[in-house]
Design a protein around this ligand. Structure first.
Ligand code: ADP
Ligand code: MG
Length: 430
């Protein structure tokens, strides 16, 4: 093969053609990530693939490059990618667009919340690749505006969500419209056994790749927690934002109402913050994401649904204003930072009665999340318990308090466990 010294040779070695290498060079992808190196060759061969790799490791290009390269620019729709949220559909389509900037291909995204007419018009321009959310894709199939009967490539992004109970029937319905022989690629950060079994029904002798095993969390993220009474959270957040001074941060809340309230409070104290959650209209959500990407918003206050899979590469800090109930959600959240090996910080606020949630997270990620001291912030002692403590508890509480001089830098050395299970601390005192 001819060498192009200026183009990313490692991608050329995987069989990527010059028209895509040029785009990769412009996108500053110098070498493939593990999942890309693992997926591209079998995908080029036409194999069905179930690919698992942690968030932020470039799964979009892993399925995107081989498919884009095999599309015929002179023919109409050949590939469909389904994604669980509107933001993800938009983001995947944008990445595919960038990857094919030197190829004569046309990619269209369809999702709820935007005018049907606009998307109908876009579909009329005969894309080779459509990326969409299940609801809107079904809608266009019913309207006969989208004919997926002759697809060559079917992708489910974030397949754990797509085959989860909420979407399962829609996916079944959509995929039943595909009549042609096609290649199926499913990707996700995590795939549980039940989802895997379901996924197998749609695949033909698939190659299974898992480059996330034993690496459940983004290792590059500096993770810590702070103990806080619910009433002190806002004060703590302000201190964190002042001291860490992140250029771009995402603050996660567990509910829409909490996100709305928090964004307003931040705004009121002069912090450039906006909320994103499922109650906003699609247009508003698009606008918020656009502003965040363009760095016009410093703090994005988000709920999980709205933020899942969102890739804003410059996010440096994640704050869990509410600790997630489901430890997997924690992994997804902190995956918003430290994309592609960049450094990131994740700080989790934990109430005194949320110790178990923290322990479940530590068990899932198989490492200890150290406590962080925030200068100027000292949680109030739990007043109601003060009188009833045993002497042992008292001395333990005292010694842990004594060692926490204000202004001390955060403790950073998590006890690494090599392969072994994380030591379970059944009762954790915060
Ligand atoms: P995932 O779907 O695994 O969460 P994405 O496909 O969204 O990850 O990619 C995360 C980010 O990394 C994107 O901004 C993408 O452009 C970038 N990226 C992907 N592959 C590479 C690579 N090989 N080199 C550099 N950046 C990459
Ligand atoms: Mg993705």
């Amino acid at each position: 093969m001819q060498k192009h010294p200026e183009l990313p040779q490692a991608f050329a070695d995987l069989g990527i053609e010059v028209r895509f290498l040029k785009a990769l060079q412009r996108m500053e992808f110098s070498k493939p990530s593990d999942i890309q190196a693992g997926m591209i060759p079998p995908a080029m061969e036409g194999k069905d693939i179930l690919g698992q790799a942690r968030t932020g490791t470039g799964k979009t290009a892993a399925f995107g490059l081989p498919i884009l390269q095999k599309l015929d620019p002179s023919k109409r729709l050949q590939a469909l990618c389904l994604a669980p949220t509107r933001e993800l559909a938009v983001q995947v389509a944008a990445e595919l667009d960038r990857l094919s900037q030197f190829a004569n291909l046309h990619i269209v995204s369809v999702y709820g919340g935007q005018k049907v007419a606009t998307q109908l018009h876009n579909l009329g321009r005969k894309p080779q690749f459509v990326v969409g959310t299940p609801g809107r894709v079904m809608d266009f199939i019913r309207r006969r505006a989208l004919d997926i009967s002759q697809l060559k490539f079917v992708v489910l992004d974030e397949v754990d969500r797509m085959l989860d109970i909420g979407f399962r029937d829609d996916i079944k319905m959509i995929l039943s419209h595909v009549r042609s022989d096609h290649q199926t690629i499913f990707v996700s950060a995590t795939v549980e056994d039940e989802i895997r079994r379901l996924a197998m029904r749609y695949m033909n002798d698939p190659v299974e790749l898992n480059v996330s095993r034993d690496k459940m969390t983004v290792d590059e993220v500096d993770q810590s927690y702070v103990t806080v009474d619910p009433g002190d959270k806002f004060r703590l957040l302000k201190l964190i934002l002042e001291q860490e001074d992140p250029p771009f941060a995402i603050v996660f809340c567990n509910t829409k109402a909490a996100a709305r309230k928090l964004a307003r409070k931040l705004f009121d104290v002069g912090i450039n913050a906006k909320e994103i959650h499922g109650d906003l209209m699609q247009r508003q959500r698009d606008r918020v994401m656009e502003s965040f990407r363009k760095h016009r918003i410093r703090v994005l206050v988000a709920t999980d649904l709205a933020a899942r899979g969102i890739d804003v590469s410059s996010v440096t800090h994640i704050v869990n204003y509410d600790i997630p109930v489901d430890p997997e959600v924690y992994v997804h959240r902190i995956g918003r930072t430290a994309r592609m090996g960049a450094k990131g910080v994740a700080i989790t606020m934990v109430n005194r009665d949320e110790g178990n949630a923290l322990t479940s997270i530590e068990m899932l990620i198989n490492r200890e999340v150290p406590q962080r001291q925030v200068a100027g912030f000292r949680p109030r002692p739990p007043a109601e318990k003060r009188e009833t403590k045993t002497p042992v508890e008292q001395s333990a509480a005292r010694s842990s308090q004594d060692s926490t001089t204000q202004g001390e830098p955060p403790k950073k050395t998590p006890r690494k466990t090599l392969g072994g299970a994380f030591p379970v601390r059944r009762k954790r005192r915060l």
